[in-house]
Ligand binder design. Structure first.
Ligand code: NAP
Length: 279
């Protein structure tokens, strides 16, 4: 894995975040990890070494994130890799999901990520080094029926990653956005996934696709330990990718989307180019 690094990981009490923390600590790395529930996090990680810093953080609150980053710097003196992992799926058509349900999802999936980047950047800039790894989803590239808000949140994560990679390049800071397919974590369980509290019966296709996803729980093709290892490997690459798909399913969906986008752009080119001034 190379030299010892300091990692800051959000949403670490279970799933991909927990796999990352375990693997990194086993490799002797320094890990600051956040959770809404520090007791759960400590129990799940079960590591009393001075190399693990558990942090109770509300990612939607900028001050809470700022304090967590400061505490990490105070303890470990630097942050080399930030992994914005915390997130959850939210299902329902737009009219079924309330404003509050929708905003809560963006609070964690998007604003939490922005808060972490905003508060970590001054330190990474001063170091003239660092790597920000944002976990989006294949849903942010090729969204599925019934998951519009989740797709919107994760495509926001992809877009903000692409532009911040440009903005941070001059300071030697790298950005990678990871788009996993289906991984066998707690993602599809009632602990994590939110479905519209007030569904509308007429949305039969939305209900059918939710049913299909819920049945997938425990059967997902993706192994979270392998995903964690792949993400960890990014941090020692001299030229890591800006986009990384994880899983065969993600690879297929992303490539189908690319092909259909290319075809649509080409088919409609006459109208597209008809709007320019003639001179
Ligand atoms: N598994 C998949 O199929 C899949 C596919 C594509 C993308 N992803 C993305 O991968 C990331 C990790 O998910 P996972 O698969 O590991 O799922 P998970 O097992 O449910 O873990 C998600 C983590 O995110 C945090 N989290 C969940 N709901 C939250 C909420 N309402 N507020 C704040 N934090 C919350 C939790 O942190 P605490 O409980 O410790 O606070 C938890 O440790 C997420 O961003 C997810 O969107 C997963």
């Amino acid at each position: 894995m190379g030299k010892k690094k300091v990692w800051f990981i959000t949403g670490a009490s279970k799933g991909l975040g927990l796999s990352l923390v375990h693997q990194l600590l086993n490799a002797g790395q320094y890990v600051a990890a956040t959770s809404r529930n520090i007791g759960e996090l400590k129990k799940a990680v079960n590591n009393d070494s001075g190399k693990f810093l558990p942090l109770a953080v509300n990612l939607a609150e900028e001050k809470s994130v700022e304090n967590a980053i400061k505490t990490t710097i105070t303890k470990f003196e630097r942050i080399d890799v930030v992994i914005n992992n915390a997130g959850y799926g939210i299902g329902g058509s737009i009219e079924e999901l309330s404003d509050a349900e929708t905003r809560s999802s963006f609070d964690v999936n998007v604003f939490g990520t922005l808060n972490v980047i905003r508060k970590a950047s001054p330190y990474l800039r001063a170091q003239r080094a660092g790597h920000i790894i944002n976990i989006a989803s294949i849903a942010g590239i090729a969204g599925a029926t019934g998951w519009a808000v989740y797709a919107a949140a994760k495509s926001a994560v992809i877009a903000l990653s692409e532009v911040s990679a440009e903005d941070l390049k001059e300071f030697g800071i790298k950005v990678t956005v990871v788009a996993p397919g289906a991984f066998r974590t707690s993602f599809l369980t009632a602990d994590s996934l939110i479905l519209a509290a007030n569904p509308i019966a007429e949305y039969e296709e939305v209900r059918a696709t939710h049913g299909k996803y819920l049945k997938m729980d425990g059967q997902q093709i993706g192994d979270p330990e392998k995903a964690a290892a792949a993400m960890i490997s990014l941090a020692s690459m001299p030229n890591p990718p800006l986009h990384l798909l994880l899983g065969n399913d993600a690879f297929q969906r992303a490539n189908n989307k690319l092909e259909s986008l290319q075809k649509e752009f080409k088919d409609w080119r006459p109208i597209t180019i008809s709007t320019d001034f003639d001179n």
